[in-house]
Design a protein around this ligand. Structure first.
Ligand code: NAD
Ligand code: IPM
Ligand code: MN
Length: 360
């Protein structure tokens, strides 16, 4: 039996609801596919911060490094400044483990109503550079409280950082429809962007079957709302990719369904799987959270661990419950988080019995 050591951090807010929901489904899938998923639970996050003054222990990254994958809910609470919670947990994990690709699928699902009038299917992969760019540690604040108070943060792009994101995206595009869109802002305003463009163009030239379009991000955002079905793979810097992924998932119907994989493609370090959404303090503890983004991230994790059939089984199960109109309220359905999860568990068993082909 294949064994995989997985670190689980539910984190804050709805992370504590959607992570247990997804773990229940992963456990059932593991039983049916003879996988030994060995989950180790870490109670790190904003509650841990209240007791310890930090988001994770000093040797937290070392503890995580003993795992093959990390399954995370969300980080962020009104009780801890975001700068503390994010730089204290999520960002160090992404950087220490060189998870330089943040892969964020944007796809229409039957049963999830898009706010768009058109019913054309949307199937986009956003490849977000995940380690550098606008999210740099260079900068700070000075003259606090004075009229000349100043905040500065450098944007840092490196040839290595941009080219490896571009390679990943171009190779994905080459295995799909061959269309790569690069989000840019190089019309003379942002000095770092012509460098991004140059490296993306140079890299994409190595993929003759890929057509690259560099699109200014403001126009691209409009395009993403007006005709999202025309996109295939989008490559974007850290901040632009962050914004485009919330926009993209909302265009398909809800941010609650969007998954993400923070990948170290070389496999030297654990990769991290988490939904695109945050801790949603406005709905936390009310049973309203949509666990699909977390479940789908779980399916991406199974795929990454080398179990495509198990991944597909889980994916078919939550998709069939959505198709039956039994989604959570954010997608117009009647279910609570736990009702939806129970329906997915039942669908996992049905698919196991009747076979995947008949479930589609
Ligand atoms: P959010 O994604 O938490 O919520 C935005 C809106 O979407 C809210 O109205 C929320 O109720 C809704 N929503 C989000 N996920 C949902 C789900 N699964 N089901 C139903 N509705 C859902 O963004 P925010 O409110 O801007 O941020 C809240 C906190 O989360 C902040 O502290 C932020 O820094 C943090 N955050 C963390 C991550 C992460 O851990 N990766 C990602 C984004 C935001
Ligand atoms: C995300 C989040 C994070 C990001 C925040 C919470 C730092 O918005 O994962 O999309 O911007 O990367
Ligand atoms: Mn985000």
């Amino acid at each position: 039996m294949t064994t995989h050591k997985i670190a689980v951090i539910a984190g804050d807010g709805i992370g504590k609801e959607v992570v247990p929901a997804a773990i229940e489904c992963l456990k059932r899938i593991a039983e049916l596919h003879s996988l030994n998923l060995e989950f180790t639970y870490f109670d790190w996050g904003s509650d841990y911060y209240a007791g310890h003054g930090r988001m994770m222990p000093l040797d937290g990254l070392e503890q995580l490094s003993a795992h093959e994958a990390i399954f995370l809910g969300a980080v962020g609470s009104p009780s801890v400044p975001d700068a503390e919670s994010l730089w204290g947990l999520l960002i160090p994990i992404r950087r220490e483990f060189q998870q330089y690709i943040n892969l964020r699928p944007v796809k229409t699902l039957d049963g999830v109503k898009s706010p768009l009038a058109s019913k054309e299917p949307i199937d986009i992969l956003i490849v977000r550079e995940n380690n550098e760019g606008e999210y740099s540690e260079v900068g700070g604040r000075a003259y606090r409280g004075l009229p000349h108070e100043t905040a500065v943060q450098e944007t840092i792009f490196t040839r290595l950082g941009v080219s490896r994101a571009a390679h990943y995206a171009a190779s994905l595009a080459s295995s799909r429809k061959g269309r790569l869109t690069s989000a840019t802002k190089s019309n003379g305003i942002i000095h770092t962007m012509p460098f991004w463009d140059e490296v993306v163009e140079e890299t994409t030239r190595l993929y003759p079957d890929v057509t690259l379009t560099s699109e200014l991000v403001d126009a691209l955002s409009a395009h993403l709302v007006l005709k999202p079905w025309t996109f295939d793979v989008i490559v974007a810097s850290n901040l632009l990719g962050d914004i485009l992924s919330d926009l993209g998932s909302s265009v398909t119907g809800s941010i609650g369904v969007a998954p993400s994989a923070n990948l170290n493609p070389e496999g030297d370090f654990p990769s991290l799987f988490e939904p695109v959404h945050g801790s949603a303090p406005d709905i936390a503890g009310k049973g309203l959270a949509n666990p699909v983004g977390q479940m789908w991230s779980g399916a991406m994790m199974l795929q990454h661990l080398g179990h495509p059939e198990a991944a597909e089984h889980l994916q078919l199960a939550f998709e069939s419950v959505l198709r039956d109109g039994l989604g959570t309220r954010d997608v117009g359905g009647p279910s609570s988080t736990s009702e939806f999860t129970a329906a997915v568990l039942a669908a996992i068993d049905v698919i196991d019995t009747i076979g995947a082909m008949d479930a589609t």
